[in-house]
Design a protein around this ligand. Structure first.
Ligand SMILES: *[C@@H]1O[C@H](CO)[C@@H](O)[C@H](O)[C@H]1NC(C)=O
Ligand SMILES: *[C@@H]1O[C@H](CO)[C@@H](O)[C@H](O)[C@H]1NC(C)=O
Ligand SMILES: *[C@@H]1O[C@H](CO)[C@@H](O)[C@H](O)[C@H]1NC(C)=O
Ligand SMILES: *[C@@H]1O[C@H](CO)[C@@H](O)[C@H](O)[C@H]1NC(C)=O
Ligand SMILES: *[C@@H]1O[C@H](CO)[C@@H](O)[C@H](O)[C@H]1NC(C)=O
Ligand SMILES: *[C@@H]1O[C@H](CO)[C@@H](O)[C@H](O)[C@H]1NC(C)=O
Ligand SMILES: *[C@@H]1O[C@H](CO)[C@@H](O)[C@H](O)[C@H]1NC(C)=O
Length: 259
């Protein structure tokens, strides 16, 4: 027992350390709970993002829980937050893990008590820049996240808001909060929920029309298309012309001989 103590202390310290390497958190309207854990090893799971530690019945998440679609490894809860039918505020801390000096964010909606999907986009993708590439606690708050276009809900309806943050390499972190829609007169004041933007967080839009960074791809595609379509066409025309020319020559010869 005493012999085991240092090991478990080390493991505990290690897990705290890993736990501190957390991801993002929805501060308002809340969240499914704490899903910032990283535990187990990739060897335990043969490289899967979740598994059961050998010799135990304990689930482990060697890469971290928040990589699990759709809500970062946590199920729908019973404790829903009231949120206005016309849309409301959303406060997020995006940098509770290192390497989020920049990130892409999405906010999506899943309708129903247990949503069948999260296909309704509330806030189209936007880019944020953080104060550093280390873990930071600064946050942002979108004062009014509207309902997706064409979606109307009634007081009493349930839904889940999903926030996605992509890591620089494109892998996505997920976290969610369950809501019940209420009349828009129940919109909380921004002060009462601490809805503020840290000045260290920058926002920019993500344009699908920014051609510059894709120039290499486009020209590659054009050349590819040119070679792929153009070359065979040129060859086909050349071969056909040759046979036509030969055929005409034969006809002429034939005419001369018979004439
Ligand atoms: C719901 O309950 C869980 C577990 O107690 C808690 O971690 C989470 O923060 C709660 N969420 C809200 C929105 O109250
Ligand atoms: C795992 O769960 C099964 C079924 O509940 C049980 O029989 C077994 O003893 C458990 N194993 C451990 C290591 O806890
Ligand atoms: C890993 O973390 C998950 C989520 O907190 C927990 O349910 C599980 O028991 C942990 N696994 C181990 C082996 O501690
Ligand atoms: C909303 O969810 C709660 C549980 O959190 C449930 O009791 C209630 O019946 C649900 N409402 C509707 C309209 O399904
Ligand atoms: C998403 O779920 C809704 C029900 O909430 C359903 O009407 C819709 O067809 C689903 N959309 C997709 C793309 O699966
Ligand atoms: C924070 O900045 C975003 C992006 O500019 C803006 O939409 C939002 O309203 C700001 N929040 C507050 C509380 O001013
Ligand atoms: C990208 O190209 C399109 C057409 O090729 C052009 O209309 C658009 O202005 C370009 N966008 C940028 C950001 O250069």
């Amino acid at each position: 027992m005493i012999g085991h103590f240092p090991l478990s202390a080390v493991l505990c310290a290690l897990s705290l350390l890993l736990g501190a390497q957390s991801h993002m958190m929805i501060n308002y309207p809340g969240s499914h709970g704490w899903n910032l854990v990283t535990n187990g090893t990739v060897a335990d799971t043969d490289g899967l993002s979740m598994g059961v530690a050998p010799g135990t019945n304990e689930t482990v998440y060697p890469y971290g829980m928040q990589w699990q679609f759709p809500c970062g490894g946590l199920p729908i809860t019973q404790n829903r937050t009231n949120w206005p039918v016309t849309g409301g505020p959303l406060a997020v801390q995006p940098g509770l893990q290192a390497r989020h000096s920049e990130a892409m964010m999405w906010v999506n909606l899943g309708l129903g008590t247990v949503p069948a999907n999260y296909s309704l986009i509330m806030v189209p993708v936007f880019r944020i820049t953080g104060p550093s590439n280390e873990e930071y606690h600064d946050g942002f708050c979108l004062s009014h996240v509207p309902l997706p276009q064409g979606v109307t809900v009634n007081p009493g309806d349930n839904a889940t808001i999903q926030v996605i943050e992509t890591a620089k390499q494109g892998a996505s972190l997920y976290t969610c909060v369950d809501i019940t829609f209420v009349d828009s007169s129940q919109t909380p004041s921004l002060d009462s929920i601490g809805c503020t933007n840290s000045s260290s967080i920058g926002f920019s839009t993500v344009s699908w029309e920014d051609n510059s960074s894709w120039a290499w791809y486009r020209s590659g595609q054009t050349i590819g298309l040119g070679l792929g379509l153009g070359l065979p066409l040129v060859i086909a025309v050349a071969v056909l012309s040759y046979f036509l020319w030969k055929a005409r020559k034969q006809i002429k010869t034939h005419k001369r001989l018979s004439g």
